[in-house]
Design a binder for this molecule. Sequence first.
Ligand code: NAD
Length: 260
Amino acid sequence: MKGRRGLIMGVANDHSIAWGIAKTLAAHGAELAFTYQGEALGKRVTPLANSVGSDIVLPCDVEDLASVDAVFAALDERWDGLDFVVHAIAFSDKNELKGRYADTTRENFARTMLISCFSFTEIAKRAAARMKAGGAMVTLTYGGSTRLMPNYNVMGVAKAALEASVRYLAGDFGPSGIRVNAISAGPVRTLAGAGIADARFMYNFQKENAPLRRTVSTEEIGGSALYFLSELSGGVTGEIHYVDSGYNIISMPRPDVLKA
Ligand code: NAD
């Protein structure tokens, strides 16, 4: 990744998936810029960014399009182009990440979709315009997009739309040599993950039932991001790639666990 420049969006703290990805990319020589949401998180993100040699740390709330534009304007002042983007941003009202999907409100549906899905399209469009020599983008999704996952509710619907937008963006930017992929991560204990009701139960359930009998680390997700953002995956675009200890392939819990 030496000589490659990329924007990391979605670090909240050192448990964030985006941080696991950033560490891996930096260890392989990439030059990074970071965004943070709000001043409180800025105080956490700035020292993390500094620790991997980055002094480009910019505020961004994707609900405010002007702040997205300001990020790219600030990048233009420092860099003459961009090679990759990591989008690890999602939000929904936690009162609706429990109970029935049918009870989702119109307001939270629209907000969840904007932050967790459409922000990737708005960011991808701006990033692609700066990827003069081709490039790569990665977003983060979850298996609740294609399968019923208790409590995941409107976030599952947003992730399904996010995955569809990965395919459409791959189609739009493919002719320019820009690849767009998603990593579908297994459960990780993060701020966002904790917002989902029964998160601890789901985490332990996946640990007991996934073929690898464990959950994944943010560094392992970082390894897959390195693949997608480098020439290692030069022929791959529009892909939804599971990094979940194989949980997505199982059809039922292990009988020995159920019987115990
Ligand atoms: P996290 O809480 O560390 O990161 C979520 C990030 O989204 C935070 O940095 C937050 O500031 C940002 N964000 C939310 N609303 C925003 C807004 N309006 N503008 C700008 N940024 C905003 O949690 P995480 O688990 O690392 O989440 C990163 C991504 O990974 C999300 O897309 C999440 O859905 C996805 N994911 C998480 C898991 C998991 O189990 N934790 C599993 C699969 C996928």
